[in-house]
Design a protein around this ligand. Structure first.
Ligand code: ADE
Ligand code: ZN
Length: 339
């Protein structure tokens, strides 16, 4: 039987839990913001920008990603970026979207934490209300910087975290050489305040980083987690505890050493009882938004409706939604007609 097609996948209610707002900066937007802010770039067309996205590992990607971020200067830029990202998610049939952003990537360029955060919240609020999509916004710690920087960022973020305008903390950037335990104090700070905690682990780094993200940071979710599969005991533990993994298939092709999608571990993750979800990571850089990722893995791995509904259910179950909101979306997934 033919696998479910793009239209069926679009209609399947799903949550996206791993998308970096700065990673949704499309080349056209990058050029437009650079022009309006007078930021010199070495590219003048979107095709040239796309051609430059020829990274072969995480660090090469991050170098371009931080370069791109530099065109974001004004509240208007951040609000437009966030609204466009939410619109894209809505177009893909995402009913709830959890976004990351990197405050330190902006404050170290002299922008204010409050100005950046408020502008992103404004864009998400406007688009989320207009499109009927719920969302959360999670500041990530940049792991290549010292823990003191992270603690300073958290102290600035505290008012937003306290009253629920920001929704927990994450950890991203260069993984190797910056293990989760480097941020034990930052995560203890978040744990004391009963904040949601997630971290990128096992993307380029080894399975040990997944274990320390759980044991030393007390993470509720793991972003990526691919290298957990290198250790059957870690797989069993993740499955038993029902830890959500925010897997990003098209990103993995570029950064995670997955040679082609037909050997992507997603199907094996589901078979092992892992609570895997499908996400886009940095869609402007990896050539696909949430729906593109669903379509790509469906075609490459021959996923069927049962597996796809399980992925959608996982995404709702491990999201930050309330029990009531989860029940509503799970019922909609259940009621979603077969092809
Ligand atoms: N920042 C943005 N995207 C990232 C990724 N895939 N891994 C680590 N840090 C990131
Ligand atoms: Zn990521």
């Amino acid at each position: 039987m033919a696998h479910p097609d793009r239209d069926w996948l679009r209609g399947l209610p799903k949550a996206e839990l791993h998308v970096h707002l700065e990673g949704t900066l499309e080349p056209e937007m990058l050029l437009a913001f650079a022009q309006r802010n007078g930021v010199p770039l070495r590219w003048s067309t979107a095709a040239e920008v796309r051609a430059a996205y020829a990274f072969g590992n995480l660090q090469e990607f991050l170098d371009l990603y931080y370069l791109g971020m530099n065109v974001l200067r004004t509240p208007r830029d951040f609000a437009e970026l966030a609204a466009a990202a939410l619109d894209h998610a809505a177009d893909d049939g995402v009913v709830h979207c959890e976004f990351f952003y990197d405050p330190q990537g902006h404050t170290e360029r002299g922008l204010g934490f409050a100005a950046v955060t408020e502008a992103l919240l404004e864009g998400l609020t406007e688009a989320g209300t207009r499109r009927g999509v719920t969302w959360r916004l999670i500041p990530n710690i940049l792991r290549h910087l010292p823990e003191e920087d992270a603690l300073r960022m958290l102290a600035e973020a505290e008012p937003w975290l306290k009253d629920g305008r920001l929704h927990g903390i994450g950890l991203d950037s260069s993984e190797r050489g910056h293990p989760p335990e480097k941020f034990a104090r930052a995560y203890a700070w978040a744990r004391e305040r009963e904040l949601f905690r997630t971290a990128h682990a096992g993307e380029e780094g080894p399975w040990e980083y997944v274990v320390t993200a759980l044991d030393e940071l007390g993470c509720h979710r793991i972003d990526h987690g691919n290298h957990a599969l290198d250790n059957p005991e870690v797989v069993a533990r993740l499955a038993q505890a029902g830890v959500g993994l925010t897997v990003c298939p098209l990103s993995n092709l570029r950064l995670c050493g997955v040679p082609s999608l037909d050997v992507h571990p997603l199907k094996a993750m589901l078979a092992a009882g892992l609570r895997a979800t499908v996400n886009s990571d940095d869609p402007a850089y990896f050539g696909g938004y949430c729906l593109d990722n669903y379509v790509a893995v469906t075609e490459a791995l021959g996923l069927d409706e049962v597996e796809l509904r399980a992925l959608a259910r996982n995404s709702v179950e491990v999201s930050l939604l309330s029990a009531e909101e989860k029940a509503k979306h799970l019922a909609a997934i259940e009621a979603y007609p077969s092809r």
